[in-house]
Each structure stands twice: as structure tokens, then as C-alpha cells.
Design a protein around this ligand. Structure first.
Ligand code: CO
Length: 151
């Protein structure tokens, strides 16, 4: 099984501060991480939910992917992040299976993750992001993990 967890659910929002405040008021959610990704033209706030996140995304410019999404659809579900052990190897296998990709190669994501997007066509209309998190990624089989390090 390639998928380790649902890493995050990404929402496109018009106003990041409003969306953060709304989640705080409704659910008591706290911001675990904030980052501006200039390359993607997006400001993000991550709200921790167990081992996963709600990722609130607001565009920093109208011609960014999230800016165009908002202009076309308004606020809403933008993508789902699937946690995987190795984005490069997963992309390679999916390409061999004929899956349509947005990113041909892994690239840097927020919080030090490596990511790549799959095209919604072929994923039931859902934009899917593969996420390899250097902190939460589980160890390769046989190399031992946190449980074997515990004394
Ligand atoms: Co994402």
C-alpha cells in the first residue's frame, strides 16, 4: 500500500485571516504552520487535526493556480494531499500505469515536504497531491522506527 495517510485537505479561500478565525471560532482550531509559497502564489495556514491538516490557501496574486480556481469556482475544496513514503518512486509507478500527472517530477512543497500533483482527470475529478513529509514519513521496512528506538 502506497498511501500512508491523508496528509491534508486543501481549501481555496478568499481571505486567510477570516478562514483561520472562522475555524478557530467553530472548532477551536489552532494554526500549526504558516507559509507563503511565492512560486505557487499562495499563502497557507495549516490547522492540525490529529496527524493531518486542514490547509487553508489564499492566493497572493490573481494569476496563481489558486487565484484562477477562486475566480472560476469561488471558495471550496481545492485538493487532497495523500501522504506517501517516496514521491519520486510513486510518480514513476503511476506514470507507468498511465496516470495523467500535473508534475512530471517531485518538487518542493511547504514545511520542507516534497510534493507532486496528479491531474484530476483520472482521479475522479479530484486534484490529488502526493506529499512526502521528511518528519512524519515512516521508516523503510527493516530499518527500525521510533518504536524500536524506545528504551
Ligand atoms: Co497541498
Amino acid at each position: 500500500m502506497r498511501l500512508q495517510r491523508i496528509d491534508h485537505v486543501g481549501y481555496a479561500v478568499e481571505d486567510l485571516e477570516d478562514a483561520v478565525a472562522y475555524h478557530k471560532r467553530l472548532f477551536g482550531a489552532e494554526v500549526a504552520h504558516r507559509e507563503r509559497m511565492e512560486r505557487d502564489g499562495v499563502d497557507e495556514a495549516l490547522l492540525a487535526v490529529g496527524g493531518s491538516y486542514i490547509q487553508l490557501l489564499a492566493p497572493t496574486r490573481d494569476d496563481s493556480p489558486v487565484g484562477r480556481f477562486l475566480a472560476r469556482n469561488g471558495p471550496g475544496l481545492h485538493h487532497v494531499g495523500y501522504g506517501v513514503q517516496d514521491v519520486g518512486a510513486t510518480l514513476h509507478d503511476l506514470r507507468d500505469l498511465g496516470v495523467r500527472l500535473v508534475d512530471d517530477h517531485p518538487r518542493p512543497g511547504s514545511r520542507g515536504c516534497t510534493v507532486a500533483f496528479l491531474h484530476p482527470k483520472g482521479m475522479f475529478g479530484v486534484l490529488v497531491e502526493l506529499v512526502e513529509d521528511p518528519i512524519t514519513r515512516s521508516p523503510e521496512p527493516g530499518t527500525g522506527g521510533p518504536s524500536t528506538l524506545a528504551t
